[in-house]
Design a protein around this ligand. Structure first.
Ligand SMILES: [Zn+2]
Length: 104
């Protein structure tokens, strides 16, 4: 990995020095859906890694929200919807439930 990066930190682009603390980073954090392959790994200074981790946390949050959203839209897709009076209406057991209906 050091060779691939030409001895440079991928975050600050500075060349690693002998007494620098170097850490192995997942480019896309594992918790944000990144894999463990070498293609998803890079070497960073420890202090650069700390900086990146802050960004990773944002990415992880966004990734989780995206996952939740996918789950939600999948659930909606699996429901039986029909349009009644230009309103998307959920049909359950032959009865329709409009979001504007008082029965809901
Ligand atoms: Zn660095």
């Amino acid at each position: 990995m050091l060779k691939r990066q030409e001895g440079k930190c991928n975050w600050c682009q500075l060349t690693f020095l002998e007494d620098d603390v170097i850490e192995d980073d997942h480019i896309i954090a594992r918790k944000a859906g990144g894999n463990n392959s070498l293609n998803n790994r890079q070497l960073l200074h420890k202090h650069c890694h700390d900086e990146k981790t802050r960004d990773d946390l944002k990415a992880i949050k966004a990734y989780k929200q995206e996952k939740e959203w996918q789950k939600l839209t999948k659930w909606f897709d699996n429901q039986n919807w029909e349009w009644v009076d230009d309103i998307p209406t959920l049909v359950v057991g032959g009865r329709s439930f409009s979001p504007l209906s008082r029965r809901l």
